[in-house]
Write a protein that binds this ligand. Structure first.
Ligand code: MG
Length: 290
């Protein structure tokens, strides 16, 4: 089951993707459906039941070709910062440092809600503040149930689904200011989407191929099997002293092959197009704009 947020006739709506069709759930339900993904995620897995009820109704008028719809980020404005994980693939930790940089405990940082943009939206180059913009293709986990001190064994009960995230990073700001927040939170630096795939459709989230291309050139190619700290561990560690809530997003970290990892570095410039594909989810495409 794939869910998306879209703008239809000027209105933000939630849709369900079936084959190449977009079913406007907001319209099909005649108003009896949450208006935003943040509200919808409060229902957690019960949302699937609600959608199945709608799909039993006449949905002809609410169904349009997916290609005709302007997709937004699935959660266009998260309620809080996006949780991110640094150096969660060993080869990436090494490309930016050495084996000594492979973490022994998950490294968390965050991106502000204003970073989020949708598929095909432009990533601002921010040339006035950075000369070192970089890409990071990542698997995003969407939380669907409130929890505190979640046990690893029960962590997947708290997952609603998965999406793709491009953790755009200003390497120079990250370095100069010592702490990640500024370099990770430039406006438009969190392309997300194109969909949220419900966990029932992704049986093996730790065996997904993840690839990033820049202008068609393959830069990152890995599988989520290589995560140092897997999804249950991230959820468990994050929630030990902090409540996780429906709509929270965890970007699980990026594999080797970021621009900064090349000699000389292959950093982003205006006009570049980044395509991130994760098996079973889709492809997230964005270009950099000056
Ligand atoms: Mg990252």
């Amino acid at each position: 089951m794939k869910f998306a947020t879209a703008r239809v006739e000027g209105e933000e709506v939630i849709g369900f993707i079936q084959d190449s069709q977009f079913i406007n759930l907001t319209r099909a339900s005649k108003g009896d459906f949450p208006k935003t993904m943040n509200e919808a995620l409060q229902f957690g897995d019960k949302l699937i039941h609600k959608v199945n009820e709608i799909l039993k109704m006449d949905i002809t008028e609410a169904t349009v070709p997916l290609a005709s719809v302007k997709l937004l980020a699935p959660i266009p404005r998260p309620a809080k910062n996006i949780f991110c994980v640094g150096k969660n693939y060993a080869a990436h930790a090494i490309e930016l440092g050495s084996e000594a940089d492979i973490p022994e405990a998950p490294m968390f940082f965050s991106k502000t809600p204003t970073t989020v943009i949708g598929p095909h939206e432009s990533i601002p180059a921010h040339e006035h503040v950075t000369e070192a913009l970089d890409y990071e293709g990542e698997l995003g986990v969407i939380i669907g149930k409130k929890g505190f001190a979640i046990e690893k064994e029960k962590a997947f009960d708290y997952v609603f689904g998965y999406t793709i995230i491009n953790d755009i990073t200003a390497r120079d700001l990250q370095k100069r200011h010592k702490q990640f927040l500024l370099g990770k939170s430039l406006d438009g630096s969190c392309p997300m989407g194109p969909y949220i795939v419900h966990k029932s459709a992704l049986n093996h989230p730790h065996a997904l191929k993840i690839e990033t291309k820049v202008n068609g050139e393959l830069r990152q190619s890995a599988t989520t099997e290589q995560l140092i700290f897997d999804i249950p561990e991230l959820i468990s560690v994050l929630s030990q002293g902090m409540t996780l809530e429906p709509g929270d997003i965890i970007a699980t970290g990026t594999p080797a092959g970021v621009g900064m990892g090349f000699t000389p570095p292959k950093l982003l410039k205006a006009g570049d197009t980044i395509e991130i594909t994760i098996e079973g989810i889709g492809t997230l495409i964005n270009s950099v704009n000056s």
